[in-house]
Design a protein around this ligand. Structure first.
Ligand code: IMP
Ligand code: MG
Length: 185
């Protein structure tokens, strides 16, 4: 737990509404996710791919909780247009250097909201012929009516609020908070 004054020091005086998931709760769940993932992948090569920037803290904790060999890479995606059509595609600003073909790919995302980002990425990654493709999302708002691929591993169901911290930002602020909080509106 953190004292109010310490939180305000970290945010430069900007108040967060409420802590949604505290540091200890996140750590315990990430350890469980690591065990779930370890048991799921019995054999084969595993590549864990983090979607930047939001997943950076979650990734660093998660990969240390996966108790089997794997490699780590990242991708940076930029969406075209404004998601009003289903023909929208996604452009990769950074593409994993490691080949995806024939390997188990675990895509790690901070939060699933409308699902637009993930739907586009899943289509793109499937074209690369992975042995399997699964998603691990720290948070899932359960708002998306139809996902191309439902995350197999989910940290927490999230409230329909704007959340920050533990990698999640609001206009690039708050990523460094060691807990997840809702923003004051
Ligand atoms: P989607 O494409 O609508 O599912 O949005 C996914 C992306 O939007 C996430 O990877 C986040 O970067 C961002 N996002 C969605 N909801 C939140 C939130 O509550 N807080 C911070 N970022 C969010
Ligand atoms: Mg963001």
């Amino acid at each position: 737990m953190f004292a109010e004054s310490e939180i305000l020091s970290r945010t430069g005086g900007r108040e967060v509404a409420e802590i949604a998931f505290d540091t200890e709760t996140i750590a315990a769940r990430v350890a469980e996710l690591g065990r779930e993932i370890t048991h799921h992948y019995r054999e084969g090569e595993l590549l864990v791919v983090g979607l930047l920037k939001g997943s950076f803290i979650f990734m660093s904790d998660l990969v240390r909780a996966i108790l089997r060999p794997h490699q780590v890479d990242f991708l940076v995606a930029a969406s075209y247009g404004h998601g009003t059509t289903s023909s929208g595609s996604v452009r990769l600003l950074y593409d994993p250097e490691t080949s995806l073909t024939g390997r188990h790919i675990l895509l790690v995302e901070d939060i699933v909201d409308s699902g637009t980002t993930l739907n586009r990425l899943v289509r793109l990654l499937r074209e690369r012929g992975p042995r399997s493709l699964e998603i691990c999302a720290l948070l899932h708002k359960r708002l998306a009516p139809q996902l191309e691929l439902e995350p197999r591993f989910v940290g927490f169901d999230a409230p329909a609020l704007f959340l920050v911290g533990y990698g999640l930002d609001h206009a690039e602020d708050f990523r460094h908070l060691p807990f997840i909080a809702s923003l004051k509106v």
